[in-house]
Write a protein that binds this ligand. Structure first.
Ligand code: FAD
Length: 321
């Protein structure tokens, strides 16, 4: 038995060794985590961070694994998966909800509807945890996490637990201060508005149904691979080609899928990874795909789109190597 494992096991009851991360990602891709621990509450996360620091082990925080491509070799050090535990929601005065970062975003949405509170309906069907969504300022259907957040509790570089106001979170398109600095979010509070339970439920259902219809949910994936393209970044000679594709989400963009379709890459396949025929900004795992297959497809898309349109597509999914 190695010494680090003994210390970790003592400090983090339930810790496991060599856990396949493909079983913890929506892509169903990824090799083993050297050490793997499920953190169900703030104190679990705190202990995990402290012990990783003490042992100078690399530490990686996992949420729902829905925005990650994990390498085939897996991850050295300690992977901490934040997952929902008991009593992780609180209804606060002023139509506010506070939740632990490890709860799934869909549970936060469901809880808000149960309390007849509106503001998160856009997130219906969006996978992952509350914390993961805050870190990446997740968004869909014109809504974003930043629209409802009033405060976030996170550990900073000095391992101090701090409260951040919405402005201090420095939210931007698919980003936040937590993403920039690599800080771990522990909990957050959203401010919502009183609404009609039935109507709120129906909007959430319509979002879920839209995803079922338009997205290739029948295959494992990590959602959209590339960020949508800011209209300002489209070279003048191609602006007219994509004029009727412009959407406001939340600023004028052209969905990345249109450039992939235009480049003739829909359906392209490397190994068991394929650019979805249903939604060209998705790469799907047809069964047993390797991270290397996905990386090669990503490179193919970047190179072809750059050559054809002069646009550098930016990756939305994170590669964990
Ligand atoms: C089918 C499908 C559809 C999707 N649709 C959308 C969409 O419409 N809009 C959208 O924005 N995204 C979408 N996504 C992407 C993904 O669901 C979001 O990015 C989600 O918010 C990621 O959360 P997660 O908990 O799964 O994070 P993970 O994938 O586990 O982690 C992503 C990053 O967040 C970090 N992280 C996780 N939890 C914390 C925490 N508590 N504190 C600090 N850092 C943390 C991780 O370290 C990692 O760097 C989709 C994904 C899939 C599979």
């Amino acid at each position: 038995m190695n010494e680090a494992f003994e210390v970790l096991k003592k400090e983090l009851p339930g810790l496991q060794k060599n856990v396949l991360l493909k079983d913890h990602t929506t892509f169903k891709i990824g090799g083993p985590a050297e050490y793997f621990f499920i953190a169900k509450k703030k104190e679990d996360v705190e202990r995990a961070i402290r012990v990783a620091q003490k042992l100078t082990l690399p530490l990686f925080i996992f949420g729902g694994g829905s925005n990650l491509l994990v390498s085939d070799a897996g991850q050295k050090g300690l992977v901490v998966r934040m997952q929902s535990g008991a009593k992780t929601f609180a209804l606060l005065p002023g139509n506010c909800i506070r939740a632990y970062a490890g709860v799934s975003l869909s549970d936060v949405v469901l809880f808000s509807i149960k309390k007849s509170l509106g503001g998160l309906e856009w997130a219906g069907g969006l996978p992952g945890t509350f914390g993961g969504a805050i870190r990446g300022n997740a968004g869909a259907f014109g809504g974003e996490v930043k629209d409802s957040i009033i405060s976030v509790q996170a550990f900073d570089d000095h391992f101090t637990l701090r409260n951040f106001t919405n402005a201090q979170c420095k939210f931007s398109y698919r980003s936040s201060i937590f993403k920039e600095k690599g800080w771990t979010i522990i909990s957050a509070t959203v401010a919502l508005k009183k609404g009609n339970k039935k109507e709120l439920r129906s909007v959430v259902d319509s979002r879920i149904n839209y995803r079922k219809e338009k997205h290739p949910l029948e295959y494992p994936s990590a959602g959209s691979v590339f960020k949508n393209v800011d209209v300002k970044k489209i070279p003048t000679e191609f602006k007219s080609t994509f004029l009727d594709k412009i959407k406001k989400d939340p600023f004028p963009i052209v969905p990345a899928a249109w450039f992939i379709i235009g480049a003739g890459l829909t359906g392209a396949k490397i190994g068991q990874a394929q650019i979805s025929n249903k939604h060209s900004n998705y790469i799907v795992n047809l069964g047993g795909a390797k991270a290397q297959d996905v990386l090669q497809l990503i490179q193919l898309v970047k190179d072809t789109v750059k050559k054809k349109y002069g646009i550098e597509l930016e990756q939305e999914i994170q590669y964990l190597k």
